[in-house]
Design a protein around this ligand. Structure first.
Ligand code: NAD
Length: 273
C-alpha cells in the first residue's frame, strides 16, 4: 500500500512511494501539495536546499494532521555547500527552515570530485550523532560510488538517480543492489515526457490505469523507490493509486527494453557547477 516500504541496510524503513517537490514554489503551492499528499496517505516528502521551498514543506507538515515522526523527510546538501564544515552548517540551516530537529534521509545532491569525500564524512558524523536516520547520495554513477567507498566508513543507504524507461541503467541498479544501496528514481515521469509514448498509452489502456500509474508501478515492481512530483491535488491522489494492479513480467521487460540512455536532467559526469 501507499505506506509500504523498503528496508535500508541499517534497518530503517523507507516508504517506497513519496512526493517530489522540485519546482513546487515555496509558500501556498508547496504547502498545499504537501498537505494534499499527507492527507491522502503519503508519508515521504523529497525536498532539497536548492529547491528553495523547505520552509513551505515544514509548514505543510506542521499544519497537517500527520505526526512528524510518521513522515519520512528527505533533503539534500547543495553543491556549493559541499565540504565538511559547510555541510554541517547547511544541514542545520535545512533543519531550521524545515522546522524540525532531525531528518530521515540526507543526501549529497551531486558528486563533486574529492570534495564529496569530505561531505560524506560530515554526513557520517550527522548519522552517528543521530541527527539523521539514514544518509545517502544522489547522481552517483558506479565510478563515483566506487571512489567514495574507498574512504567511506558507512556505505550510503540510498542512491537517488534519474530513472525512467528511457534511462534504466540496469548495471548501476544491479551494482547498488549488490552493495545494499537502495535505488531511488527521480523524474520517474520523465518530467512529463512519458505521456507522449505510444507504448505507455497502450499499456495504460490494457490495465485500465493512467500512464503515470503504470510507470510508477513499474518502479515499485523493480524495487525502486519513486517520488513523482505534482502540485495538483487530483494528480497527487491519482499518482498514488497503484496498489490495485500488477504489471506482468513481460510488460516490465517491455518497459526495461525502452532504455536508450536518454537523460532529461544533467549528466553527473558533465554537470556544470
Ligand atoms: P517527474 O518525472 O516527477 O515529472 C513531473 C512533471 O509531471 C510535472 O510537470 C508534473 O506537472 C507532471 N505530472 C505529474 N503527475 C502527472 C499526471 N498524473 N498527469 C500528467 N502530468 C503529471 O519530474 P521531477 O519533478 O523532475 O522528479 C520528481 C522528483 O524527483 C522531484 O520533484 C525531486 O523531488 C526529485 N528530483 C531529484 C533530482 C536530483 O538531482 N536528486 C533531480 C530532479 C528531481
Amino acid at each position: 500500500d501507499l505506506q509500504g516500504s523498503f528496508e535500508l541496510h541499517n534497518g530503517v524503513h523507507m516508504p517506497y512511494f513519496g512526493l517530489g517537490v522540485y519546482q513546487s514554489k515555496d509558500g501556498s503551492e508547496v504547502i498545499n501539495a504537501v498537505q494534499a499528499a499527507l492527507n491522502h496517505g503519503y508519508r515521504h516528502i523529497d525536498t532539497a536546499a536548492i529547491y528553495h521551498n523547505e520552509e513551505g514543506v515544514g509548514t505543510g507538515i506542521k499544519e497537517s494532521n500527520v505526526d512528524r515522526r510518521d513522515i519520512f523527510l528527505v533533503s539534500k546538501v547543495w553543491n556549493t555547500d559541499q565540504g565538511y564544515d559547510s555541510t554541517l552548517k547547511a544541514f542545520d540551516a535545512s533543519l531550521e527552515r524545515l522546522g524540525t530537529d532531525y531528518l530521515d534521509l540526507y543526501l549529497i545532491h551531486w558528486p563533486k570530485g574529492e570534495l564529496s569525500k569530505e561531505t560524506w564524512k560530515a554526513l557520517e558524523r550527522l548519522y552517528k550523532e543521530k541527527h539523521v536516520r539514514a544518509i545517502g547520495v544522489s547522481n552517483f554513477l558506479k565510478h563515483h560510488l566506487e571512489d567514495l567507498l574507498t574512504s567511506a566508513e558507512i556505505v550510503p543507504m540510498v542512491n537517488q538517480m534519474e530513472f525512467h524507461p528511457y534511462l534504466v541503467q540496469q548495471d548501476l541498479v544491479d551494482f547498488c543492489k549488490a552493495q545494499r544501496i537502495q535505488y531511488e528514481a527521480w523524474s520517474p515521469l520523465m518530467q512529463g515526457n512519458i505521456f507522449d509514448l505510444d507504448i505507455m498509452k497502450k499499456m495504460a489502456a490494457k490495465y485500465n490505469k493512467t500512464i503515470a500509474q503504470v510507470v510508477l508501478r513499474w518502479d515499485l515492481q523493480k524495487g525502486v523507490v519513486t517520488i513523482p512530483k505534482s502540485s495538483k491535488k487530483e494528480r497527487i491522489v491519482a499518482n498514488a493509486n497503484i496498489f490495485d494492479f500488477e504489471l506482468t513480467e513481460e510488460d516490465i521487460q517491455a518497459l526495461d527494453k525502452l532504455d536508450r540512455g536518454k537523460r532529461f536532467g544533467p549528466d553527473p559526469d558533465n554537470f556544470d557547477f
